[in-house]
Design a protein around this ligand. Structure first.
Ligand SMILES: Cc1ncc(COP(=O)(O)O)c(C=O)c1O
Length: 451
């Protein structure tokens, strides 16, 4: 890549290009056979292929080491390759990775989940958060005999058809219309089985009451990925009350917040509970997993034999995978033992990073805000006034794009989706270095007159 060295952005791009020739080669070869890698990592400033990871850092195929804020899209709460998980995996590897028959580890992990979340009377394991939310919707329909499921504007619940119904940005904020993401999802799903509610907005309560005879389930993320806020506790508590009174099941999607905001996830952090909850990401210490937990009378429908007219179907060749279970038991065992110090430190270091960046922006009147709920972050290129995903229409995307070029050049990696995380392996000195890199990257964007 040849670029002129006039602007700060051009200099950063050149420096990245000079340091990443092998990554570019892999990228070229990949394009022949892979229409997409991982997920559309749109806006990644330059292709980076990772060879190894350890603690708070990752090293690419060219030998460059970065402070990682990807954290696998969230799973690595204990950092990359935590010893406690690695040892558990080694131990299980010597005994094989067998599927299709029961293994004793599932019970152990399910009990640990119940220790973290008392509402988790029963748990089923699957392989991703997507599967978990799919089963949650199906179980709620099966249990209530009702059809419709409500999700909130700005929440993400995975990649299955029902999770791809989103708020129509053209519709009123307090009564969102529904829109399908992309093509390939049947319209009947949008029209007949889903509805969208406004997040962190009391208008949602009247919509639930008005539709209670049709609604099987309300599904909510305690903290949204793109607008992470930690002030939604009172609203979540009222949502729980409204759902109970309306006899509509409530599912807390804890795929991101579970075992991250606290040992008891968002439920413990905000003092709420639900009939069902989904977990994934952090649950298995970085191995692929999903879990649906909840009240016994709902969950037991999933345990009925195939063909039972009252049963709710579940299947999955790799569900309950012993390697994943071993990773999960090691992770949750460690978290349970150290919960009193581990989660407060993780959350307060997250706040410290957000404060360092936000006060820097305030002092210089820069149009950027780092939103966080503990160790969950999203940086918006706009000053304040961000309560929901609807407030993001007027963001400065050019500044955002340039910012991530500079950040990567300064050795801090954030995935192309721009949702990022810290972990317990990010020690105060890592957080200091990340804060400095953010500030330097913002100054470089300002040098080019973009912020
Ligand atoms: C809240 C939430 N639910 C569900 C999912 C889907 O999980 P997975 O990517 O493991 O399928 C995600 C993924 O980011 C998520 O953030």
């Amino acid at each position: 890549m040849t670029v002129s060295a006039e602007s700060a952005g051009a200099r950063a791009r050149q420096s990245l290009a000079d340091r990443t020739p092998k990554s570019r080669d892999v990228h070229k070869k990949s394009a022949d056979v892979l229409p997409i890698e991982v997920v559309p990592t749109f806006e990644m400033p330059t292709p980076i292929y990772i060879r190894s990871s350890e603690g708070a850092t990752m090293t690419d195929v060219d030998g460059n080491t970065y402070i990682d804020l990807t954290m696998g899209f969230g799973p690595h709460v204990l950092g990359h390759r935590p010893k406690v998980v690695e040892d558990a995996l080694h131990d299980q590897l010597t005994r094989g990775w067998h599927f299709g028959l029961h293994n004793e580890r599932q019970e152990e992990l399910a009990h640990l989940i119940a220790d973290a979340a008392p509402m988790a009377e029963r748990t089923i394991f699957c392989n991703s958060g997507t599967e978990a939310t799919m089963y949650g919707m199906r179980a709620a329909r099966g249990f209530t005999g009702k059809n419709r499921v409500a999700v909130f504007d700005g929440c993400y619940h995975g990649a299955h058809d029902y999770a791809l119904v989103k708020a129509d940005p053209e519709s009123p904020r307090s009564e969102p219309g529904a829109k399908i993401m992309g093509t390939g999802v049947p319209r009947t799903i949008r029209d007949d089985t889903m509805m969208v509610l406004p997040y962190a907005d009391a208008a949602a309560f009247d919509l639930i009451r008005a539709n209670k005879d049709e609604l099987a389930l309300v599904m909510v993320q305690p903290v949204q990925n793109t607008v992470p806020r930690d002030d939604v506790g009172p609203w979540l508590k009222e949502l729980e009350t409204v759902c109970r009174e309306a006899q509509v099941l409530l599912l807390l999607d804890e795929v991101v917040t579970g075992f991250r905001l606290g040992f008891g996830g968002g439920m413990e952090y905000f003092g709420v509970s639900g009939d069902l909850a989904t977990f994934g990401k952090a649950l298995a210490g970085g191995l692929p997993i999903g879990a649906l937990s909840g009240r016994a009378e709902v969950m037991d429908l999933l345990g009925k034999p195939w063909g039972d007219p009252k049963g709710v179907f579940m299947g999955g060749t790799f569900s309950g995978n012993p390697l994943t279970m071993a990773g999960g038991i090691a992770t949750l065992g460690h978290m349970k033992e150290h919960q009193v110090t581990l989660f407060p430190a993780l959350n307060s270091e997250g706040d410290r990073l957000a404060n360092a960046v936000n006060s820097f922006c305030e002092e210089r009147q820069m149009g950027a805000t780092l939103l966080n709920a503990g160790s969950i972050f999203y940086m918006h290129f706009k000053r304040g006034g961000i309560a929901s995903s609807r407030d993001l229409a007027d963001e400065n995307h050019e500044a955002e794009h340039e910012f991530y070029v500079h950040l990567l050049d300064k050795g801090v990696i954030v995935p192309g989706i721009h949702l990022f995380f810290t972990s317990t392996a990010h020690k105060p000195e890592h957080i200091d270095r990340v804060a400095t890199a953010f500030q330097d990257a913002l100054m470089a964007v300002r040098e080019d007159g973009l912020i």
